[in-house]
Write a protein that binds this ligand. Structure first.
Ligand SMILES: *Cc1c(COP(=O)(O)O)cnc(C)c1O
Length: 397
């Protein structure tokens, strides 16, 4: 017998979500998460993955995963600090440090785990964290684990950040202070103003923390947003995921040797959650080698993004403030946005609606993630569907 209070809680809350049209049902893919996907026997142009470079189905990664699995097994057997650290984990961390132009790096089981691990390993109850209001959910949760004061600043508003940093410093209430930001913001595709953030951080002695989940493999010749702005020696924490452009799963923190040494003895997911699997780690190593060896996939990603963004604008749509391949198509009210996405689905295009409360009310959008693996023919199929549905709903002429 289930608990009565649990039953009542679930019934009420699920019904509420369903009434608001916010209850998400998941449709499993019957294929890899490539440029086209199969669901219930039907093919879709896929504009919803984070597989920016198409690496998740790259034969070099697949083979690396197979070979490592045959040599080291399916699982790593323990947490990193007992004896789950395989030579592969060390090799990945050396590769990541070189890739990020830092002294050292530590890897985790996911990007989400990085934020659970790294923020609370250095920030405590006498400290303060300045956090961009649009930061990712895992940053918000990571901040909650610290007992630090969390001071939100308006999105990419450098005057607001400077004012709040000064006030917090002058209050004399805090020992350490950190500023934390996404490198690329996932809902709009805009880039954090890292040169200003670095300057403000130096003025007010802020620890700098950049979560570059959507910048790695995309900006800075692949090395990410910090490299894009040539700030590798001025950012304390460069964290990121191995699950998006890198195409596999996992996360990392790159920074000075002393910081990484500390995280290896004090960050809880490193100490208390089993190490990433040999197959995943080997595939990540192969992916970083691919990204470092050639610009070809990144160039193709940006070409496809430019093609899609130009096509949408020519049809009369707005792609908002994006500066990266993330391509929001701004629709407006929540209901029309949901309907737009549903109609695209019926037309064979998989692109998710993103609405309030994930984005502000009235700024609903269908978010498109072009990749290096798409062809212009696939993007044309998507644009044709956008044109048809846009006319049908009276959004374009
Ligand atoms: C996707 C994302 C994460 C989570 O990374 P995973 O490897 O999928 O856990 C963390 N931070 C940001 C900013 C992200 O966009």
């Amino acid at each position: 017998m289930a608990s009565k209070s649990l039953e009542a809680f679930l019934e009420k809350n699920i019904a509420e979500l369903k009434a608001q049209g916010l209850y998400n049902t998941i449709e499993p893919l019957e294929s890899s998460n490539g440029p086209v996907i199969h669901i219930k026997g039907k093919e879709f142009v896929n504009l919803s993955s984070n597989n920016y470079l198409g690496l998740s189905t790259d034969a070099r990664l697949e083979n690396a995963a197979i070979q490592a699995t045959l040599k080291f097994g399916a699982g790593s057997g323990a947490v990193r600090t007992i004896n789950g650290t395989l030579s592969l984990h060390d090799e990945l961390e050396e590769k990541l440090a070189a890739f990020k132009h830092t002294e050292a790096a530590i890897s985790y089981q996911s990007g989400f785990n990085c934020n659970m691990a790294a923020i609370s390993a250095v920030m405590g109850d006498k400290d303060a964290i300045l956090s961009d209001e649009l930061n990712h959910a895992s940053i918000i949760d990571g901040c909650r684990l610290t007992k630090s004061a969390v001071i939100r600043y308006a999105h990419s508003d450098m005057d607001d950040l400077r004012r709040k940093a000064r006030e917090a410093r002058e209050s004399g209430k805090y020992e350490k202070m950190m500023v934390i930001t996404d490198g690329v913001f996932s809902m709009d595709g805009d880039i954090a103003k890292l040169p200003d953030i670095a300057e403000i951080a130096e003025t007010y002695d802020l620890i700098t923390y950049v979560d570059d989940a959507h910048g790695t493999g995309v900006l800075g010749g692949g090395a990410g947003t910090v490299k894009h702005f040539s700030l590798s020696d001025r950012i304390d924490f460069q964290i990121g995921t191995l699950s998006k452009a890198v195409g596999v799963v996992g996360g990392y923190v790159a920074g000075r040797q002393s910081l990484i040494d500390w995280l290896k003895v004090r960050s809880r997911p490193f100490l208390f959650s089993t190490a990433a699997t040999p197959g995943a780690v080997a595939a990540c190593i192969a992916a970083i080698e691919v990204i470092q060896s050639s610009q070809e996939l990144q160039d193709r990603l940006w070409e496809h993004a430019a093609y899609l963004q130009k096509g949408l604008k020519q049809l009369g749509f707005s792609v908002g403030r994006t500066e990266t391949p993330i391509t929001p198509c701004i629709i407006g009210d929540e209901e029309t946005t949901q309907k737009f996405s549903r109609r695209l689905y019926e037309e064979g295009v998989y692109a998710k609606a993103i609405v309030f409360p994930t984005v502000p009310k009235g700024t609903g959008r269908v978010r498109n993630m072009p990749t290096a693996a798409h062809t212009t023919e696939m993007l044309d199929r998507a644009l044709t569907a956008y044109e048809k549905v846009g006319r049908e709903l009276g959004l374009i002429g």
